[in-house]
Design a protein around this ligand. Structure first.
Ligand code: THR
Ligand code: THR
Lengths: 162, 162
């Protein structure tokens, strides 16, 4: 039987940073990630959703915890120019990903991931996907619970569970 | 010289759907993508950012235009149970992706993409990334401008431009 999902990846060493209320107009993303790149901050996920009538939206990204201070100091330097409402950072967060292939044609993969987390009462804080990966950010305390439940849900356990 | 970025992918046949103000608590993502999967709607990107004190957030996803009607009718069925503020759909949207490898360790890739789009006055509506792809949603009218500018920015043009 061909497995669509090949594994569960997780990274508890990430920090989630959100710039609240950034203006939604050309040049804003560049003004954030340009300086971060110049400071050699390795950004992992970037997630931005649409804006509403207020023409502002949130910009969330993750960095390794080791890069958090440098990232925050870069963002500090943008305070006046950018016009956002604030920055919030969270270190007790884990990125959990279901890794597979051709997931666009397999909507059941995301369904299973979300249902499994829901079943364990785990809140999904952020979602970002690609054809080969469905990634979420969850509270760090739920890491082990989430990873075990997902292994079971996708039939990835080494042996049958008792 | 080793190319980090191998190509620009774009898909103008996508529709962007946003559920506005979904409650941010366990089970909500499952209650959206479960029924979509059951209706065999092939979902491409899923993007969800954090919630604020109001404990609600937006859920955006894309589908092929051919799946739009079916997706909207599934969401219609969720109206009462889910408690969201509304659904908005947009068909004149293109997903543009910079495809490469090891992009977490190459923050300059996202910087270049965002600066290139900014330089052409193209607004970035949604961002979602993985280690091998930085994807954005832009207005469909900007597709050709964006794709050409990105090819040039990453040195992917077939011949030198005049
Ligand atoms: C919010 C941010 O992505 C903005 N829309 C930009 O184009 O840079
Ligand atoms: C918004 C949605 O992702 C919700 N937090 C859930 O866990 O399902």
């Amino acid at each position: 039987e061909q497995k669509i999902v090949s594994g569960i990846a997780y990274s508890p060493d990430e920090a989630k940073i959100t710039l609240l209320g950034v203006p939604d107009r050309p040049g804003v993303a560049a003004s954030i990630f340009g300086p971060l790149a110049d400071a050699a901050v390795n950004v992992d996920m970037i997630v931005q959703n649409i804006s509403h009538e207020d023409q502002s939206t949130d910009m969330t990204f993750t960095v390794g915890k080791a890069d958090l201070d440098r990232a925050m100091s870069v963002l500090d330097g943008l305070k006046d120019e950018l016009g956002h409402d604030g920055v919030q950072a969270e270190t007790n967060v884990t990125k959990v990903s279901v890794v597979g292939v051709g997931m666009r044609s397999q909507p059941g993969v995301a369904k299973t991931m979300f249902e499994t987390l829901a079943d364990k009462g785990i809140n999904i804080e952020v979602i970002s996907t690609s054809e080969i990966k469905v990634s979420v950010l969850i509270g760090g305390d739920y890491t082990e619970l989430a990873v075990r439940a997902l292994h079971t849900a996708y039939g990835l356990d080494a042996e049958p569970s008792d």
